[in-house]
Design a protein around this ligand. Sequence first.
Ligand SMILES: Nc1nc2c(ncn2[C@@H]2O[C@H](COP(=O)(O)OP(=O)(O)OP(=O)(O)O)[C@@H](O)[C@H]2O)c(=O)[nH]1
Ligand SMILES: [Mg+2]
Length: 448
Amino acid sequence: MAEVRPRLTKKEEKQLQQLLENVRFSLLFKGSIHGHSAVAFHAKCDFQGPCLVVAYNNTGYVFGGYSSQSFNSYNQYTKDERAFLFSLNKGENHNTPLKIPVKNADQAIYNITNEGPNFGAGSLRLLINGAQATTTLNNNYEFDVAELHGNNTVLVECEVYRVEGIGSVLESPWRKITWTPEERKSLMEFIKYYKTCVYPISQVRILMIGPVGAGKSSFFNSVHSVFRGHVTCQAIAGCDSTSVTKKYRTYTIKDGKAGKHLPIILCDSMGLEEETGAGLDIDDIPKLLEGHIPDRYQFNPSASIQSDHPCYLKSPSLKDKVHCVVFVMDACKVSILSNKLEGKLRTLRAKINQFDVPQLLLLTKVDELCPIVAEDTKKVYKSRALQKQIHAAGARLGIPVSNILPIRNYSTSLELDCNNDILILHAVQQMLRYAENYFDNIPLDVKE
Ligand SMILES: Nc1nc2c(ncn2[C@@H]2O[C@H](COP(=O)(O)OP(=O)(O)OP(=O)(O)O)[C@@H](O)[C@H]2O)c(=O)[nH]1
Ligand SMILES: [Mg+2]
């Protein structure tokens, strides 16, 4: 028996992927092997989930239809709003496939035992009298027959592919982002020229808190990288069972190597652990918020800093206080976050609320969570897996979804990527905006 190998070329597969986005095709049925018959078709293709039927005629047209619902032998119509017919264009625009969406979804597919694939009650029928197709113009799909198959219904092959991965991306993003170099530039300018609403505070202090290994230090490195123009690693990042960051660091960032300082100070803290006496001591948080803890202070997981400590800053001013808190969490760990750590984070939130400091949540490692995002950062707001994690994180920590931002830190790549930069810069922009709410909340006499 001949080998059951797809006839679809890589180029044709790519074109079909433009119509379906982030899917893989796996060959279920091949007429030349299994038989160009309704019986063989139903035996191989019924109840297989979303399928793509691909017909090849002897003048080189590759055409067919997609059903997001399983084929079956129930002798009735299957409703499918996502069904379509297609043809891989042979003309000048040969890279742009023709997609004919269903018009009457109630009659998208006609599943009959003694017939092969039948789209739209005869709009396109395949495996008729063996390797034949027929087309009928009705209201279920509207198309030009010549465009579909060049008026040639004699098939040299008919294949059915199961479409895997459908449903892992949303049709349209749930947050709109402009993914262009101009957008990247305009975000950078926004940050560079940002001025706080409170004179003489020129820099907004942002405190990053989160579990060990969440990507806090990497986030600083990422922001630094964007403004430096290449990937940097000033903050030590890495993996360990306890926090890699042991000292409190308040990082300023320059615009370029010799440029002006940006209006942000990113404060990197030790990672949180679920046990008391390990990781960042949550009693240190109010002191961090109030600006009593200086740069390079060595955290002590078993005891919070006291006012008689030689490093303790006794009278910090408004500029030394934290103006926005950013929780940092690994997107892959949201569902396995222990109840103890969740409790600790919730306690922290309650403490921070008492200081009226606005809070954001960065969900890092979105590339590890979702391979679709790993391949293309632009899909970040289309990935269902990530959307689910964002909602789950919001529910677990009691943070509104509007305050949650996905991030892909520079961790493996040596080159900057415009789309990655846009995500990072968006997060910084949000931090500046949230810090403004902190300043709005403080009484006038403190501001003056
Ligand atoms: N793939 C991927 N890896 C990341 C991302 N962010 C951080 N990492 C990796 O995760 C590991 C931990 O990152 P760190 O930045 O050190 O995490 P941290 O929160 O500072 O950790 P501690 O200082 O130990 O509390 C490092 O190996 C990073 O390279 C990301 O967005 N994607
Ligand atoms: Mg760190």
